[in-house]
Design a protein around this ligand. Structure first.
Ligand code: AMP
Length: 215
């Protein structure tokens, strides 16, 4: 099954995707996480990603599509995937459709997490993330352990992302509205979109998500 989690920055896509991986027996494919890993490796490609990411701008489509093409050829993604933060533009959605079609697959369901702008800034600015495993925390709602040790991987790399500041978030949100919002219409035309309320306790949102997936 191929699922796409859709929503603005800070909507909770990554958190929910991680919770679904076991149940759906499909990996989370999060282009943001993949790009951060590449950036951390210090590679030339990582430096290129950083130019855009630090400014809150979208990375050019050709680079993103190549990243996805390689990721989908890995064994764990052969039976389906949970896409998180991709596709973010209509050309990316078209490229994904073509890639999946070449594997006899298609996006089966798009779940859009509806979160008002007023809630987004607080969520994003308070977010902390483990650089080693991607586990997220929030300074008020789910604070990182006081000893700085990640609950998931026991690493000691919990940080605030460079692009989770108030200034960069506003650019990210503008990019979302201009470039990413139209992706929803692309899938709505196929009748596979379900919009769920993304506000509330983590477990409540997960329950809505499972219901939307018919589980
Ligand atoms: P995220 O972790 O999903 O919030 O993504 C962080 C940043 O990575 C974004 O602000 C973009 O700069 C870049 N990025 C992640 N995914 C994509 C994508 N599908 N297309 C373009 N840029 C992306």
């Amino acid at each position: 099954m191929d699922i796409l989690l859709f929503g603005p920055p800070g909507a909770g896509k990554g958190t929910q995707a991680k919770l679904l991986t076991e149940e759906l027996r499909a990996p989370q494919i999060a282009t943001g996480d993949m790009m951060r890993a590449e950036r951390q490796s210090g590679s030339e490609l990582g430096k290129k990603f950083d130019e855009y990411m630090s400014a809150g701008k979208l990375v050019p489509d050709d680079l993103v599509i190549e990243l996805i093409r390689k990721r989908l050829s890995q064994d764990d993604a052969k039976g389906g995937a949970i896409f998180d933060g991709f596709p973010r533009t209509v050309p990316q959605a078209e490229a994904l459709d073509a890639l999946l079609a070449s594997m006899g697959r298609q996006i089966d369901r798009v779940i859009a997490l509806d979160v008002p702008l007023s809630a987004i800034v607080e969520r994003v600015v308070g977010r902390r993330v483990c650089l080693d495993c991607g586990q997220t925390y929030h300074v008020s709602y789910n604070p990182p352990p006081s000893d700085g040790v990640c609950v998931s991987c026991k690493g000691k790399n919990i940080v605030q992302r460079k692009d989770d500041t108030e200034e960069v978030v506003s650019t990210r949100f503008e990019q979302y509205e201009a470039m990413t919002q139209p992706v929803l219409a692309h899938y709505q035309a196929r009748g596979i979109v379900k919009v769920i309320d993304g506000v509330g306790e983590l477990e409540a949102v997960t329950a809505r998500l499972r219901e939307a997936l018919g589980r």
